[in-house]
Design a protein around this ligand. Structure first.
Ligand SMILES: C[S@@+](CC[C@H](N)C(=O)[O-])C[C@H]1O[C@@H](n2cnc3c(N)ncnc32)[C@H](O)[C@@H]1O
Length: 219
């Protein structure tokens, strides 16, 4: 699966994605992460991507043209219209969008290409939304840019792709799978400055451990 991220800060994307799970998944060719700097698609000499809002107001607005031209270069729009690709979705990072959750990550993980557009400044010229499928938010707070949301969505989605996680069992028992919150987990040492691991987990009795975990799983 390919993650295509439109951003003014490609290094933020590449630096995060080169390590750990996302780095390994790329090395194994299970995913590709590519950043597209829409500043490369401006038509003005100074490579401006933003301008003052019509009608006045605070801050700068991201212009539609560089984002449109980036999507055009990627073969996703033509003649002012989106080109339909059955297993591609274009989402735009927006605090006002649909709240991202595990269910959405699962749906995204079935795509061939997830395109994520990251805003900055005061956000986008409204006409950008004509060329996207969905607005997605990572929560009811405002960040300085869409890169953290795009990375969160990329990681949550990528780890659901078969082969990306070493141990598939960890996905089955995870928080939010079937609406459950995961049971408490412990590892060595058994006693840390008086804070002890529940005895049942040391018993080796898997039936009882299973019952304890079920009882301690929060609904
Ligand atoms: C400073 S914010 C713009 C906020 C905008 N003026 C508003 O009030 O909604 C700049 C960009 O960061 C991204 N962003 C900020 N918070 C976000 C969130 N909670 N979820 C998704 N994207 C977010 C969006 O791409 C947004 O266009």
């Amino acid at each position: 699966m390919k993650f295509s991220i439109l951003t003014l800060f490609p290094d933020l994307i590449y630096n995060y994605c080169q390590d750990s799970i996302l780095g390994r998944a790329q090395n194994k060719d299970l995913i590709q992460v590519e950043a597209h700097n829409f500043r490369d698609f401006t038509l003005n000499k100074q490579n401006h991507v933003d301008d003052k809002p019509y009608g006045g107001g605070a801050g700068m607005i991201l212009q539609v043209e560089p984002i449109y031209r980036t999507l055009e270069n990627m073969g996703l729009v033509k003649n002012g219209k989106k080109i339909k690709h059955p297993k591609t979705k274009i989402i735009i990072m927006d605090p006002d969008g649909k709240k991202f959750d595990q269910k959405m990550a699962k749906q995204f993980s079935k795509l061939d290409n997830l395109v994520l557009i990251c805003g900055r400044y005061e956000g986008f010229d409204e006409r950008v939304y004509k060329f996207v499928d969905e607005k997605v938010s990572v929560g009811d707070y405002v960040l300085a840019g869409g890169e953290l949301p795009a990375l969160a969505i990329t990681e949550a989605t990528a780890r659901l792709i078969p082969g990306v996680l070493g141990n598939i069992k960890s996905l089955e028992e995870e928080t939010f799978v079937e609406g459950l919150i995961e049971y408490p987990q412990y590892t060595r040492p058994e006693n840390f400055i008086g804070l002890k691991v529940p005895k049942i987990l040391l018993s080796g009795d898997h039936k009882k451990i299973g019952e304890w975990r079920k009882k301690n799983t929060k609904k």
